[in-house]
Design a binder for this molecule. Structure first.
Ligand code: HPA
Ligand code: ZN
Length: 335
């Protein structure tokens, strides 16, 4: 008999499609690694570091997020980071994860793509064998760096030989429109990569249009502001383009003022293929199961809605059709 997940009220196979591996770096791990390596931190304690997690917008988060990454230096550090996330995700009921990684955030401080991607790929193999969770990697362009850096990142990633499922676009959105990266996305498509982009988290609906029409993405990450544009909503619904939404992230980055403002029900009512994800769980107060539980509490979701969210997450994944069928959508509410 399939074990009921200890963390979710329903035994459903969820896919996590929007999680940044660097955003799973827990405060105690930042401190442990800094101490072990003699790296100075601008905080005296884990508590003080957590106090710095009072964000006012995306940029205020990114400043702390990129600074903390300096403790990640060796292939083993990335292995441990990936393994800890995958074990936690499995414990929270995640059957499959498509994991974002920001190679430019590491190469600009002297850590090469092979070190990062080999460590993460080893973690996927090891924890997959241990628990049965499956996972793949999506490399993201750090959009507030020059386009040439994205070009170089893609070149180097392709030479590592590590299997990479897709290309994404993240970091500071405002003032860095998707269309800047059209050439890099074209090359990734030619190399057989699947395409996604963060759009409409802080940026306007126009950035979501560009992600679709100029970059040709198959999923939009966040996409909250797409709901401001009726024609865009109609397009996303008609083409079944998933929005990988992140409620606790939206709350902590002040995209919304309170969880009851998270546009889950309007988006579902509009026929959008919404999935629920954790984004940066070590910074925003929870993993996928924590996000689901928060929504259940806020919106009094029942088993039908949870079933729809699980089904959406499988449908929106880049798994092969046979793997989607194998995952199915579980047996509904468990006794
Ligand atoms: N938005 C953009 N870039 C990011 C995020 C996010 O929510 N998390 C990590 N990098
Ligand atoms: Zn994100």
């Amino acid at each position: 008999m399939m074990l009921r997940s200890p963390a979710l009220p329903y035994r459903l196979p969820f896919c996590e499609l929007h999680v940044h591996i660097e955003g799973t770096l827990e405060p105690h791990t930042v401190f442990a690694l800094a101490q072990a390596k003699g790296i100075a931190l601008p905080y005296d304690s884990v508590h003080q570091l957590q106090e710095a997690y009072r964000f006012t917008d995306l940029q205020s988060f990114l400043d702390v997020y990129y600074d903390n990454m300096k403790v990640l230096q060796t292939e083993d550090d990335f292995f441990e980071l990936g393994a800890a996330y995958l074990r936690r995700a499995h414990g929270g009921g995640v059957a499959h994860a498509e994991i974002f990684v920001d190679p430019q955030a590491h190469s600009r401080r002297g850590i090469d793509e092979a070190t990062v991607l080999t460590g993460l790929n080893r973690a996927i193999a090891a924890v997959g064998a241990e628990t049965g969770i499956s996972a793949s990697l999506i490399v993201c362009i750090v959009r507030d760096e020059p386009v040439i850096e994205a070009e170089r990142m893609l070149d180097r990633v392709l030479t590592t030989g590590v299997p990479i499922t897709g290309l994404g676009l993240d970091s500071a959105e405002q003032g860095h429109p998707p269309e800047l990266f059209a050439g890099v996305f074209d090359r990734a498509r030619s190399a057989g990569m699947r395409l996604v982009a963060h759009a409409g988290e802080e940026g306007p609906p126009e950035y979501v249009w560009q992600a679709l029409d100029v970059l040709g993405v198959e999923r939009v990450d966040h996409g909250n502001r797409a709901l401001e544009d009726r024609a865009l909503v109609a397009r996303l619904a008609a083409e079944r383009i998933p929005l990988t939404m992140c409620p606790l992230s939206n709350l902590r980055l002040r995209v919304i003022d309170r969880l009851s403002d998270f546009p889950l029900l309007p988006a579902l009512d509009a026929g959008l293929l919404v999935t629920i994800n954790s984004d940066d769980p070590a910074y925003f107060g929870g993993y996928l199961d924590d996000n689901i539980r928060a929504l259940v509490k806020t919106f009094a979701l029942g088993s039908d809605e949870l079933h729809a969210l699980a089904t959406n997450s499988v449908a929106a994944s880049f798994l092969r059709e046979s793997e989607k069928t194998r995952l199915g959508t579980g047996a509904g509410p468990s006794a």
